[in-house]
Design a protein around this ligand. Structure first.
Ligand code: SAM
Length: 493
């Protein structure tokens, strides 16, 4: 019998944030990555490609390249082209948009159907943009010039047929600017999305949290108002990124809005509620489905923990990714954590099944402990119970299966990825991960029967129907499904 993830752990991460350099041509006041100067020994082109290969082999479905400013790397087009050529890999690059020259656009044109360029626009006006983004030289005129250049870059990308998404950071000062920024980015400039990222108190932002963090009552009001627009079908392409699920669910509850309808309208489901989380009750995917690789090859549970020595999971200059993923003390510690291990009152909270203990990265930023309370949440200011289960946790290490072989079929940005494990297999599609101890065929059948309507899922169903499957046929099944869907399968040892 095949089942969704829960009874054991992902054989590899599902999404990876990959910082390509810490160098940056802007000086943003809020930068959680503390960017500016490069890290001491940053990865070269061949190292990056080797790591991208290992991500593919471990079944990663999406990579977001960022930094620092990734476009200051002279080999950026080479790296993006390499990653985008992997079948079914969803690839994005997050950029401040200042280096999107015609020459770079031309180099990226061949992969435009498999690349999302995410430009940080940060506001509807040069003034709002300049509250966060400044020139390293401190020039007062620079933000206005940059803002114009970024808008021109977005227009040019859209005209060339790229998929362009945009980002803005939601701070106390920009709470009321979301609708206007959406109008500028999506309606006027033609971007397909605006991702509104709620401020995170890390890096340079940590010392400005008292100025930039949106106050909870204001956040509750603004997010409820935005949700009403979304429920009415307005603000197409507006997405939200919050450090913790309570920041999504609490405003809905306070305003008596329908949670499931809001999830559908935003396309967001908290990790603790997602089926792929299975019995795990922690609502943060860091180290479980998500991982971050920093520009010096160091590995962290999530991008919001990058650069934190106490959250260091491993170093790709010394170890393989597969080994770090399976054996890292930091990652396994996070995987063993349950809501009742979190200091404070999370375990008694009525929202715990929706939220799953808040953001582990913000808890770390505020307390320096991954099991600390996410004290931005208004519901948890209660006495702690840390450490009660430390011993039990150490005695029950999670079992992370090793990947022996992997296959992928990609249709555009959709993929079915099959990982042959020590025992059985893991089949990944967008939105679902299936484990099957009996073997690949049963999991493939389950994946084919999953609620999917893509050409590929239909084709896979066609290929698996009544074929008397055995695991050795997986490559043929995928190749056949790919042919039916009009695409290609690839097998990578
Ligand atoms: C760290 S930047 C790196 C990529 C690139 N240099 C850029 O400017 O987009 C990635 C995104 O994180 C956002 N960001 C930076 N610091 C943040 C913070 N403290 N909280 C939330 N978002 C932040 C940025 O505004 C940007 O959209």
């Amino acid at each position: 019998m095949a089942y969704r993830v829960g009874s054991h752990w992902f054989a590899g991460p599902v999404h990876v944030d990959f910082n390509l350099t810490n160098r940056c041509n802007l000086a943003c006041r809020h930068c959680h990555a503390s960017s500016g100067e490069p890290l001491l020994a940053e990865l070269g082109t061949a190292d990056v490609m080797r790591i991208v290969d290992s991500l593919y082999h471990l079944g990663v479905l999406s990579i977001a390249f960022a930094g620092g400013e990734p476009l200051v790397r002279p080999d950026i087009a080479e790296i993006l082209r390499y990653a985008a050529a992997l079948p079914g890999m969803s690839v994005s690059v997050i950029t401040n948009g200042l280096s999107l020259t015609p020459a770079l656009r031309a180099k990226l044109a061949p992969i435009k159907n498999n690349l999302t360029i995410n430009v940080s626009i940060e506001g509807s006006t040069a003034e709002n943009f300049g509250r966060l983004r400044q020139s390293p030289s401190g020039s007062a005129a620079a933000p206005a010039l940059f803002f114009e250049r970024i808008k021109q870059s977005i227009r040019a990308l859209v005209a060339d047929g790229f998929t362009v998404s945009t980002n803005m950071t939601i701070t106390r000062q920009s709470l009321k600017d979301v609708v206007a920024t959406h109008r500028l980015a999506v309606v006027e400039l033609g971007a397909s999305a605006l991702v509104a990222i709620k401020f995170f108190p890390g890096g340079y932002g940590s010392s400005l949290a008292h100025i930039l963090e949106p106050p909870v009552p204001a956040w509750l009001d603004v997010f409820a108002e935005l949700t009403r627009y979304k429920l009415a079908g307005d603000l197409p392409g507006l997405q939200v990124s919050v450090p913790a699920a309570w920041e999504f669910y609490l405003p809905l509850i306070a305003a008596d809005l329908d949670i499931v309808a809001a999830e559908q309208a935003w396309g967001y489901v908290g990790t603790a509620r997602a089926s792929s989380n299975g019995p795990r009750d922690i609502g943060d995917a860091a180290g479980f489905a998500d991982l971050c690789i920093d520009s010096d090859g160091k590995v962290y549970p999530s991008v919001l923990l990058a650069g934190e020595p106490d959250a260091l999971a491993g170093d790709l200059r010394r170890d393989t990714l597969a080994s770090i993923w399976r054996h890292s003390t930091v990652l396994n510690g996070l995987r063993r954590l349950t809501v009742s291990d979190i200091e404070g009152a999370c375990q008694f909270c009525a929202l715990k099944d929706l939220c799953g203990g808040g953001s582990r990265a913000r808890a770390f930023a505020l307390t320096r402990r991954l099991s600390g309370p996410d004290a931005t949440c208004p519901l948890i200011a209660q006495p702690g119970n840390a450490g009660a289960r430390d011993e039990a946790r150490q005695n029950t290490p999670p079992r992370i299966p090793a990947v022996r072989r992997s296959w992928t079929v990609g249709v555009g940005r959709h993929a079915i990825r099959v990982l042959r494990l020590d025992r059985g297999c893991e089949v990944r599609t967008r939105g679902h991960v299936w484990h099957c101890p009996e073997g690949t065929a049963v999991a493939l059948e389950a994946a084919a029967e999953a609620d999917g309507t893509s050409d590929l899922t239909l084709a896979l169903r066609h290929e698996t129907a009544g074929n008397g499957l055995c695991p050795d046929r997986v490559g043929k099944i995928l190749a056949g499904a790919a042919a039916v869907a009009g695409t290609e399968a690839s097998a990578r040892p």
